[in-house]
Design a binder for this molecule. Structure first.
Ligand code: ASP
Ligand code: CP
Length: 313
């Protein structure tokens, strides 16, 4: 367990299990300063001379471009491999060899990969820090950090909240990471999903053994009034082998004006994005809709993490 910001220097970020309240507070403090820095000056030269390799085996808009922007706003540079199809991966190069290659040019590697554990494998072969930007249906730790930072910034506290997670809790890696990270706080969970998309057993077990109160339901309308945080997710089409099953569950939950009329006045709606129908565009003007602010927070969190990993926090 890493508890101070200094102890992140040279480390990998593979799972949210690496964080505790003290380290989260430290990262959120730096992320807050990064926001002020960007708003005032656009950035700084903190990471001048440093290079990040962005290695994406799966599609990304936010994670990839916010890591790029984070590195560049801190004066560093980026090797973008956003489409491995045009790299030597398509010639059959293995993950270890790709990682050995990139770490000989870069100071830190960000990797997104369809297999659970791929970031850990990359970290095993790399001497430089590796950041997990999503490993299949496993984890997406930097997303959970920006999600939690958003809750803190928007609601000014995390303890005492009721967090309602909705949609694809089975395949949604952001849900897995955020749920585990929230176990550091005194929160209650409501998990809303169709039967076939419930939380994986290991994540549910972590909730159960921690003693947090939780429920699993299939009806969003019956629980919306309890939500301080409504965390909507996309049904992860790319994880289904049977697309008829995907079609059956994809539109189960839609946050729209009618739903929000039953929600508290002080609460927030979050989504890791991209959305593909589960949040009505009509909600975008609702002050409780925090998903675009949440997305912007990603850059500040990633600036903080890069500074910490590269020993400049
Ligand atoms: N962008 C997030 C992820 O890569 C969520 C999603 O794609 O639905 O996990
Ligand atoms: N939230 C998220 O990871 O977005 P991208 O898939 O666009 O990177």
């Amino acid at each position: 367990m890493t508890t101070t910001i200094d102890s992140f220097a040279g480390e990998d970020i593979l799972s949210v299990n690496q964080f505790d309240r003290a380290s989260l507070n430290a990262i959120f403090g730096i992320a807050h300063e990064m926001r002020v820095l960007v708003e005032r000056f656009g950035g700084a030269e903190l990471l001048q001379g440093k290079i990040l390799a962005n290695l994406f085996y799966e599609p990304s808009t936010r994670t990839s471009s916010s890591f790029t922007a984070a590195m560049q706003r801190l004066g560093g540079q980026v090797i973008p491999i956003n489409n491995v199809q045009y790299s030597s991966v398509s010639k059959g190069e293995s993950l270890p060899d790709t990682i050995r290659t990139l770490e000989s040019y870069a100071d830190v590697i960000v990797i997104r990969h369809p297999e659970v554990g791929a970031a850990a494998t990359a970290a095993y072969y790399a001497e430089k820090p590796v950041i997990n930007a999503g490993d299949g249906v496993g984890e997406h730790p930097t997303q959970a950090l920006l999600d939690l930072f958003t809750v803190q910034e928007e609601l000014e506290q995390i303890d005492g909240l009721t967090v309602v997670m909705v949609g694809d809790l089975r395949y949604g890696r952001t849900v897995h990471s955020l749920t585990k990270l929230l176990l550091n706080y005194n929160v209650s969970f409501v998990f809303v999903s169709p039967d076939i998309l419930r939380l994986p057993a290991d994540v549910l077990e972590a909730v159960q053994t921690s003693g947090h109160s939780y429920s699993q339901v299939e009806d969003l309308h019956s629980v919306i009034g309890e939500a301080d945080v409504l965390y909507m997710t996309r049904v992860q089409r790319e994880r289904f082998t049977d697309l008829a099953e995907y079609d059956r569950v994809k539109d189960f939950f839609i946050a729209d004006k009618a739903l929000m009329a039953q929600a508290k006045e002080k609460m927030i709606v979050m989504h890791p994005l991209p959305r593909v129908g589960e949040i009505s565009y009509a909600l975008d003007d609702d002050p409780r809709a925090a998903y675009f602010r949440q997305m912007r927070n990603g850059m500040y969190i990633r600036m903080a993490l890069l500074a910490a990993l590269l020993g400049k926090a």
